[in-house]
Design a protein around this ligand. Structure first.
Ligand code: COA
Length: 384
């Protein structure tokens, strides 16, 4: 053992540690700057919204008919307000947002904001894949339950439903914090489904359950197929969203997004309405079963829950289509802002990696070998 060479190595390690310390100091400075820049952005967004509201209120308060020469200017102002709202929403996507009460109860006070639009799209993609995998497993289990009547298999399937819907509520709350426009009803739908699956789990085996059992399994098979179609639709939209950040001509991509959406919707809607019809039929069957005197409480609760799901799903889906037609202009500005922000982030990432590459290639062969040697452990140095 040569103690002097070990001492030398320690000296070298000390120098490297000094570099690490200065890098860490720089990193902490940047974090501090990040925080103060975030605060400035929050204040500026507030200011923009305040002034925009003032302008809109003044426009609304102006009495009497608008003269023809001002009509065009008023329309222009209204268009610019819509556009600015979309731009501000997009800027907010790069800033941290507070978790809702539900997430705070489940996860504690932790920040779940994703600060990059491209990563948000990736997270959504992951959520859709999660739903797809669990649906395939659900479909197989429902199918086996149709063939075999084993209590353990049945309970395993219902337990999977409880866990699946519960997980969906958490993932959807995270999506919501990150700017998803998911309607409140779909989130409520998954909370209600968790409760329904919980009731099914404690529904004792007996005559009533055996009567409803087969119908319930057929319903699950159908729902799994519909959810597979929903996955195809959402995946198609996500693919086109990603293209927004990659193509040069954004107008073409926005047109592509809209025409895919309408085609996808008109294909999907009939299957959805049949599914809602099935939910109403479940509610009706259970209602009839609940009328017998020895029916357990689970029967009437499940009848009520299926009815609630039918009404909520039907009303929301019927409301979505006209809303999409009404808010066409708003949607266009939203997609434009989103596409620009994705493109900008991608360009920044590319130029950062170009910079890394060029600074790496500027090192002379001798220096780079020296740097490489310095960062090796003694064992690695021997290898060289
Ligand atoms: N579950 C989770 N997220 C949903 C959702 C649902 N059922 N429906 C819409 N979203 C999300 C969208 O992905 C979008 O997210 P984003 O803001 O992160 O991009 C947001 O909510 C806004 O979507 P919107 O524009 O209102 O609708 P859409 O075009 O994405 O989908 C439907 C419209 C009708 C196809 C869709 O709502 C749907 O599939 N509904 C049926 C659900 C159902 O009934 N399930 C039970 C089957 S019987």
């Amino acid at each position: 053992m040569n103690i002097d060479s070990l001492k030398n190595e320690w000296e070298e390690l000390n120098k490297e540690y000094a570099e690490l310390e200065s890098c860490n100091r720089r990193y902490i400075e940047l974090l501090e700057q990040l925080h103060s820049h975030q605060q400035i952005c929050f204040n500026e967004i507030k200011h923009q919204r305040y002034r925009m509201n003032q302008i809109t209120a003044s426009l609304r308060q102006s009495k009497g008919p608008i003269p023809a020469e001002d009509r065009e200017k008023v329309d222009e102002l209204q268009k610019m307000t819509l556009k600015r709202k979309a731009q501000l929403h997009e800027i907010e996507q790069s800033l941290p947002a507070k978790s809702g009460r539900y997430l705070q109860i489940i996860l504690g006070d932790v920040n779940v904001s994703i600060l990059n639009r491209n990563d948000k799209v990736r997270y959504k993609d992951d959520y859709e894949k999660f739903k797809l995998i669990l649906n395939v497993i659900g479909l197989i289990m429902a199918f086996f339950n149709l063939i075999f009547n084993y209590r353990a298999l049945e309970l395993a399937f219902i337990f999977l439903l409880v866990w699946y819907y519960c997980t969906l509520t958490i993932r959807e709350s995270i999506l919501k914090v990150n700017g998803s426009r998911i309607k409140g009803w779909w989130r409520a739908h998954h909370f209600i489904s968790t409760v329904a699956a919980g009731v099914l789990l404690v529904w004792p085996q007996g005559e009533h359950w055996q009567i409803f059992r087969m119908q319930f399994m057929y319903f699950n098979v159908y729902i799994s197929i519909v959810q597979y179609l929903q996955f195809g639709y959402q995946k198609g939209l996500l693919y086109r969203l990603k293209a927004l950040g990659e193509r040069h001509n954004m107008d073409i991509t926005i047109e592509g997004f809209h025409s895919w959406m309408w085609r996808g919707l008109s294909f999907l809607l009939p299957f959805l309405f049949i599914g809602y019809g099935f939910q109403a039929y479940n509610a009706w069957t259970l209602y009839k079963l609940a009328n017998s005197p020895e029916a357990p409480w689970h029967v009437s609760v499940m009848a009520g829950l299926f009815l609630l799901l039918f009404v909520g799903n039907m009303a929301t889906t019927l409301w979505v289509v006209p809303e999409k037609i009404r808010e066409r202009a708003k949607e266009r500005y939203r997609l434009q802002s989103m596409g620009k922000s994705m493109k900008l982030r991608q360009e920044m990432k590319n130029s950062a990696s170009d910079l890394d590459l060029s600074s790496g290639s500027k090192l002379s062969p001798t220096t780079s070998t020296a740097t490489a040697t310095q960062t090796q452990t003694p064992a690695e140095k021997k290898e060289i």
